[in-house]
Design a protein around this ligand. Structure first.
Ligand SMILES: Cc1cc2nc3c(=O)[nH]c(=O)nc-3n(C[C@H](O)[C@H](O)[C@H](O)COP(=O)(O)O)c2cc1C
Length: 476
């Protein structure tokens, strides 16, 4: 901004999301209306309800946090509740009536923007995970590390971002024609879109921890966007593109070349493996009267997941890797997948959350809240469209560094291939033991991170599976 007068500082303002309105019902009850839905937000004082009306344009967050009157407390509670349902967004602007510099769209339930205190002695640079793209008719700044998407409302913001490709001090930025005030940079730093590098370490190593340095941009983006928990986009069987193209046929149209018929040559009759493969089915309803037993869990894990050999291998470039082999194949013998069991009902094993220590062949209890355990098991029931909860939900978590320490370019894709390998291994072991099992396509990676207190980029949930005694089978 090159006006003679220094511009007023930009403010963070909370406002209702697009299509959301507030409505006052009898007795001071406020309701939010959106998409023909109505959500009761609670009872509010007349003053707080009046101030809530300002959410249509924007209520300053910093002013809201400066004072602690009962009315301010009520308003903060209201914004928090709206945020929980994804009904608020935040503006960065020089006042409620001023044009938006950017709009911040929360992607995670507990996200709230803030302006990070900046150090004039340090330089700041854009995160290597941040990227700009067109979304509909908006230009948005995103990052798998951020709890929000930032919508650009002024093309000069893109220039400001371009300048941050190299480290800049506040003094450098103040001299630039597109300078938006330090609040924009403070917002970028708070939302992990920018950071202060340590010149001694270099850009890559000074962003985040040692585990983050191992991640490539596309891998972390894929991990965050291809499952639930760290973004607010619609997911699942929504048939969103059904009107754009016909459904591809279930069986591939045959190639025109000569076909060599195999039927008369050989078949798999008599093969125990082929029989097991054909017997395998996904079971989504479990027998609550006869839950799976601890002895069955022990046999199941011993057969499908236990470490069976440990050795050191010499690798290229003079590197050496320690291998801990399990009963299934793994690219580069990485064996990065760990199993965690959320147990609802299992005879002989208390309800709880456990890590399967594949080396000691032991279940190690991890303390989690009842709500977290319920949420994980309920998510499984929902994903299977089942009438009752699964007895055990298995989460496969990847120690990503085991793969990305060695492999470049396709590390995350290898992890997902391994998930498929383990899923089928667990399915087959369950089938052989006459247990029920069902793979589950997506899980909440943020829930798993909160249950284990492990950052989502260090050891994160990548696959899930429900197991138990299938309802149709009855007692063993
Ligand atoms: C990677 C993967 C993800 C799956 N996700 C789900 C899921 O979220 N919910 C569900 O009910 N079934 C899920 N399934 C099970 C499939 O629906 C099932 O394998 C398919 O319908 C074929 O049926 P079958 O397993 O009984 O042979 C998944 C299977 C795989 C391999």
């Amino acid at each position: 901004m090159s006006d003679d007068q220094p511009p007023a500082p930009a403010l963070l303002l909370a406002k209702l999301g697009p299509g959301v309105s507030l409505e006052e019902a009898a007795g001071g009850v406020l309701k939010a209306r959106f998409d023909r839905e109505s959500l009761v937000l609670g009872k509010f004082s007349a003053n707080a309800a009046r101030r809530a009306g300002q959410l249509a344009t924007g209520v300053s967050l910093s002013r809201l946090h400066e004072t602690d009157t009962p009315e301010e407390k009520e308003l903060r509670g209201l914004i928090q509740r709206l945020a929980l349902y994804g009904l608020v967004e935040y503006r960065l602007a020089r006042g409620p009536e001023a044009p938006d510099i950017v709009v911040i769209e929360p992607q995670m339930r507990d996200y709230q923007p803030s302006l990070q205190k900046l150090d004039p002695a340090r330089s700041y640079v854009l995160s290597r995970f941040a990227f700009l793209r067109r979304r509909g008719e908006d230009l948005v700044l995103e990052s798998p590390l951020a709890g929000a998407v930032i919508r650009l409302c002024d093309p000069r913001v893109a220039t400001a971002l371009a300048r941050l490709a190299t480290p800049q001090t506040l003094a450098d930025l103040r001299g630039a024609p597109e300078f938006f005030g330090e609040e924009f940079l403070a917002l970028l730093v708070h939302s992990a879109m920018a950071f202060a590098p340590d010149p001694a370490k270099g850009l890559r190593r000074s962003e985040g921890d040692g585990d983050l340095a191992l991640w490539e941009f596309h891998d972390l983006l894929f991990h965050m966007r291809s499952t639930n928990g760290r973004h607010a986009n619609p997911t699942g069987g929504l048939y969103a593109h059904a009107n754009l193209a016909p459904q591809p046929p279930a069986v591939r149209p045959a190639w025109p070349g000569q076909a060599i018929a195999l039927e008369a040559i050989a078949d798999a009759k008599g093969s125990a493996v082929a029989a097991l493969l054909r017997q395998r089915r996904s079971e989504r309803v479990f027998d609550d009267a006869h839950p799976i037993t601890l002895a069955e869990v022990a046999r199941f894990l011993d057969g499908a997941a236990r470490i069976v050999a440990r050795q050191k291998l010499s690798e290229a470039y003079g590197e050496e890797m320690e291998i801990a082999a399990r009963p299934y194949p793994s690219g580069g013998a990485s064996y990065e997948l760990e199993l965690y069991l959320a147990v609802d009902t299992c005879e002989g094993l208390p309800r709880g959350f456990y890590h399967y220590d594949a080396d000691r062949h032991a279940l190690v209890s991890i303390e989690v809240t009842e709500r977290q355990l319920d949420a994980m098991i309920d998510d499984g029931q929902f994903a299977m469209g089942a009438p009752r909860r699964p007895q055990i939900m298995i989460t496969m978590a990847a120690r990503f560094g085991r793969v990305s320490w060695k492999y470049s370019g396709f590390a995350y894709s290898l992890v997902l291939k391994h998930v498929g390998v383990v899923m089928q291994t667990l399915y087959l072991m369950a089938t052989e033991m006459e247990l029920g099992a069902c793979a589950i396509g997506v899980g909440d990676i943020d829930l798993f991170a909160r249950m284990t207190a492990l950052p989502f980029h260090v050891e994160g949930a990548v696959g899930q599976m429900a197991i138990g005694r299938a309802a149709a089978q009855g007692p063993p």
